[in-house]
Design a protein around this ligand. Structure first.
Ligand code: E4P
Length: 309
């Protein structure tokens, strides 16, 4: 499994690529850009900051940049702006698109339709905010995206919240799930943990021979990073704190390989291409879009819109 850095912090990116030559990419999102930019960041400064991230990562190490638009045409326009502006630097730009953007509070398929158009013109897409196997499958089969990002940690949050279990963000959640009051594991669409979500997606992609990479995201602790590797993730993107632990002592952590014990499920796509909207929507996808939208800083939006001055 390859490891990416889940941060827009230039200093950390510089340090990690220098000290760990096996780091293979970077993922950003509007919240991470807001955090990294802090105050007093002009559009020009942010532009130079992004340029440096792309240069440090270098050729062959993809850097995901997330659009802020939520409608199909806006996503396609911004993706073209970002790709045309930045891909010449090191040829490593990947455009991050939420799987299910919704406009005016209504679920829509704009993310998928935009991703399909982008694939057709050769722009690689990282389909983000994936919370179901179905979202991942449609992204891979219909939109032919380069990678999908199942949010392992946020599914674990959701499962715990369902049962009122208290937790800290970095707490480990068992790959095989936690039994609920009815004696069955707490589940969401048959998924019992974030690792299980990654496992099911990786397994079905392999079974179908799909080239789309499974990029395990929202990783909260080193054990979860090891378990998504065992579950078949091609890549895990790790925030700085997890990366540090994973790359120093992570491999010494004792893990239970979940492969034998996790329920195995089979999913099929409809043979016609009428994608049912309700299968694509997920409350955590919508919540994630809302959160990212709130965190969009005007400077990043301006860059996405190609307004550099
Ligand atoms: C990565 O692509 C995501 O933006 C990120 O992993 C989300 O992590 P979080 O759930 O910890 O915010």
């Amino acid at each position: 499994m390859k490891v990416y850095l889940d941060t827009a912090d230039l200093g950390f990116i510089e340090y990690a690529f220098d000290k760990h030559p096996d780091v293979a990419g970077v993922t950003t999102n509007p919240s991470l850009i807001k955090k990294a930019a802090g105050k007093d960041f002009s559009v020009k400064k942010l532009d130079s900051y992004i340029t440096q991230i792309l240069e440090i990562a270098g050729e062959g190490n993809p850097v995901s940049l997330e659009v802020t638009a939520r409608d199909k045409d806006g996503i396609v326009r911004q993706a073209n702006n970002l790709f045309n502006k930045y891909n010449d630097i090191a040829g490593n730009v990947v455009i991050k698109v939420p799987v299910n953007p919704y406009t005016n509070g209504k679920s829509s398929l704009d993310g998928l339709l935009a991703a399909k158009e982008l694939h057709e013109v050769g722009i690689p897409v990282n389909m983000t905010l994936i919370f179901t196997v179905y979202q991942a499958l449609v992204s891979a089969e219909f939109a032919e995206v380069a990678m999908v990002s199942p949010f392992a940690g946020r599914i674990d949050d959701y499962l715990r919240q369902k049962e009122g279990i208290e937790f800290q963000k970095s707490d480990y959640y068992p790959a095989n799930g936690v039994l609920g009051p009815n004696g069955y594991p707490i589940s969401d669409n048959g998924i019992v943990s974030g690792v299980h979500l990654v496992y099911d997606i990786a397994r079905i992609f392999k079974k179908k021979g799909l080239p789309t990479k499974v990029l395990a995201a929202s990783i909260r602790n080193p054990r979860q990073a090891l378990e998504v590797a065992a579950a078949g993730a091609d890549i895990a993107t790790l925030p700085p704190s997890v990366f540090e632990e994973y790359s120093t002592k992570g491999k010494a952590v004792v893990i239970e390989i979940p492969t034998q014990e996790i329920d195995q499920r089979f999913y099929t796509l409809p043979t016609n291409r009428n994608i049912p909207t309700n299968y694509i929507a997920h409350p955590k996808t919508e919540e994630g879009i809302e959160k990212f939208t709130k965190d969009i800083i005007p400077e990043w939006e301006a860059i996405c819109n190609g307004e550099l001055n």
